[in-house]
Ligand binder design. Structure first.
Ligand code: PEP
Ligand code: MN
Length: 360
């Protein structure tokens, strides 16, 4: 993708402050609800109003959105409050209707980004538009699929593009609804520094008490904006009730977040340093997670060896592993001495875990 700078320009062209804050309900429910929330957000940091009109639901039988009528309510929001408007589009009919109703920002949902067919259909329907189009990450942690979707749009002459990180679905039970896998967001920024990146803490967290921390992490990682689901009566929302916050809570969140604004050289240096440190923290966390998993596997091996009465230390296999790791380490610019020291420590810890099992 050449000329990526064009993509970041829209943030500036629109005079959208840093960070860009998108607020509004998961779903448009009624005209009154849409307008009430919009008026409550009008004089806050929110500059873009979101509301889902067509709702992709994992299971049938849930509220599937009000449909095209909701676009008229969003037009009214713009007229009455001056907020820009945003909604999700998932096929060419949605695109046509959203453009006809002059919606400012269209986003592609996580369930659409997974499908190159749908992305292609949306890209063709949007061909040449000067609207802003944001692409959510696919539900599965596949960077190529995410960027492939963006490339299809870019090829269709859509230049005001951006990404929304909404976490990834996982079979593992975690405190998040969709695990953030921050290292993927870091990678995307390193590879495409000019693509604005917005965090959707609501779909990552899945519960409102985690939203603040997810927002702070995103800002520490230098995200360009936040999309926070906001409802005047979250508990009674027709979709995603647990993860929505009230407009008052959103104001508090924005007030308490540490937002780094690089204004002079020193601040710029601090901001850059802060971002890099946050990246290191993410990587260290991933290293620890993997080591924890490795020890669990070692324990399973311990159980297996115990059942067959086999010795814990198998030096032939260990020497093979070490030899391979030294070579792999070299390819990554890691010294032999470091690899040997690190794996010796890891191996010792594994043996300790296995021995505990064998002794038990
Ligand atoms: C949404 O933003 O309401 C939505 C459906 O999100 P996602 O595509 O991330 O699940
Ligand atoms: Mn939602």
């Amino acid at each position: 993708m050449e000329n990526k700078a064009e993509m970041r320009d829209w943030l500036n062209d629109f005079g959208l402050s840093h960070p860009l804050v998108i607020g509004g309900p998961c779903s448009a429910e009624t005209e009154e609800q849409v307008l009430k929330i919009a008026h409550e957000l009008k004089d806050t940091d929110v500059t873009v109003y979101r509301a889902g009109i067509w709702k992709p639901r994992t299971r049938p039988g849930n509220f599937e959105g009000v449909g095209a009528i909701g676009l008229k309510w969003l037009q009214k929001v713009k007229e009455e409050t001056g907020l820009l408007t945003a909604t999700e589009v998932a096929n060419k009919d949605h695109v046509k209707l959203a453009l006809e109703h002059d919606i400012d920002i269209l986003w592609v949902g996580a369930r659409s980004t997974v499908s190159p067919f749908i992305m292609q259909e949306i890209a063709e329907a949007l061909d040449g538009t000067d609207k802003i189009v944001l692409v959510k990450n696919p539900v599965n942690p596949d960077l190529a699929l995410w960027l492939g979707g963006v490339e299809r749009l870019y090829t269709a002459n859509i230049k005001k593009l951006g990404l929304i990180h909404r976490g990834f679905s996982t079979y593992e039970k975690t405190k998040y609804r969709n695990i953030p896998e921050w290292q993927i967001a870091v990678e995307v920024q390193n590879r495409f520094p000019d693509l604005p990146l917005i965090c959707d803490p609501s779909h990552i967290a899945g519960r409102r008490d985690l939203i603040f921390d997810v927002c702070q992490m995103a800002l520490d990682l230098n995200f360009d904006g936040l999309m926070v689901e906001t409802h005047w009566d979250p508990d009674n929302a027709w979709s995603d009730a647990k993860q929505q916050v009230t407009p008052e809570r959103l104001v508090e969140i924005m007030r308490d977040l540490k937002i780094r604004k690089p204004s002079d050289e020193e601040a710029e240096y601090q901001a850059e340093l802060g971002t890099l440190r946050a990246q290191i923290d993410v990587i260290d966390q991933a290293i620890l997670d993997q080591l924890g998993k490795r020890m669990k596997v070692a324990e399973s091996i311990g159980t297996l060896k115990k059942s067959k009465n086999v010795a814990v230390l198998q030096s032939k296999r260990w020497n093979e592993i070490l030899g391979r790791m030294v070579l792999e380490g070299e390819e990554r610019g890691l010294s032999e001495e470091f690899i040997l020291r690190m794996f010796k420590a890891i191996h010792q810890e594994s043996i300790n875990h296995q021995e505990q099992i064998v002794k038990s």
